[in-house]
Design a protein around this ligand. Structure first.
Ligand SMILES: [Zn+2]
Length: 270
């Protein structure tokens, strides 16, 4: 055990040296073990960079989070939701079934228990890795990030959606963005998916309808893209920034209404 710790300490030492070399002042180092095999060194340091940075308002984005897609933003960039837990559900079920069949306290029981722990750890690490990558991309690309204020706790009362929501890690994504990006603002914005981002006309649609079609101005675009544009516009307005209206090029989807209803069917069973 001590030998293992020794190895980890030498790699943590390397990180400390690199930080000192860059002029950062180390305040505190904590070593933490998670699960059986993972060791973390948490390094607190005083940064030498200035806290106030120049912010380019034109580099702003609105982000809509979802279940089928992880995010869809106001620049029409979308990221699929990997749903790690869902992928791992069968191995997890198998592992916990194995565990329940073993006699408590036996060597096989301990083995099955540690197998289950390893699976849970793997899921958590995959998810954290994904969230770190995504939040880094956004905080590098944009100076101002607007998120929709989600009432996640309310939403998780719906059990069918609960697992998907918790699995998506939106809350963790938001807090990662908050410490990585220059400015993150949560916008309280009801009706982001109903209001037309171009003319403000209300277009009622159920959760299953994926396309926003405005009868008033003729805008046709992905429902989540429309929502992300609303989030961006409301954020800009809330900060009283000059509204440099980005013209949205309407995107024509080669989908028929019939295909939309097929998607709706898939969604309700996913
Ligand atoms: Zn419209």
């Amino acid at each position: 055990m001590l030998q293992m710790v020794g190895k980890k300490i030498s790699s943590a030492n390397k990180a400390l040296k690199a930080l000192r070399k860059n002029g950062h002042k180390i305040k505190q180092v904590t070593v933490k073990r998670e699960g059986k095999h993972r060791w973390y060194a948490i390094i607190c340091c005083e940064l030498t960079e200035p806290i106030f940075k120049f912010m380019d308002v034109s580099k702003s984005v609105g982000i809509d989070v979802g279940i089928t897609k992880f995010v869809h933003d106001s620049d029409n960039h979308e990221v699929e939701n990997p749903l790690f837990l869902k992928q791992m559900l069968n191995p997890l079920r198998r592992a916990s079934r194995h565990l329940s069949r073993r006699q408590k306290g036996s060597a096989n029981y301990e083995k099955a228990k540690s197998r289950l722990q390893v699976l849970h750890e793997r899921i958590r690490n995959q998810r954290l890795d994904f969230l770190h990558k995504q939040s880094t991309i956004y905080s590098k690309r944009y100076d101002l990030i607007f998120l929709e204020k989600l009432r996640v706790l309310n939403m998780t009362k719906n059990h069918r959606l609960a697992r998907a929501i918790l699995d998506s890690g939106w809350v963790t994504f938001g807090s990662m963005l908050k410490y990585k990006a220059k400015k993150v603002m949560e916008v309280y914005s009801p009706n982001t998916s109903i209001d037309c981002s171009h003319c403000g006309h209300k277009v009622q649609k159920s959760l299953a309808v994926r396309i926003h079609r405005c009868d008033n101005c003729g805008l046709v675009l992905d429902r989540d893209y429309n929502a992300a544009l609303n989030i961006l516009q409301r954020g800009i307005k809330a900060l009283k920034l000059p509204m440099e209206r980005r013209e949205v090029t309407p995107v024509e989807f080669e989908r028929t209404r019939k295909q939309e209803s097929i998607e709706a069917h898939d969604f309700s069973h996913g």
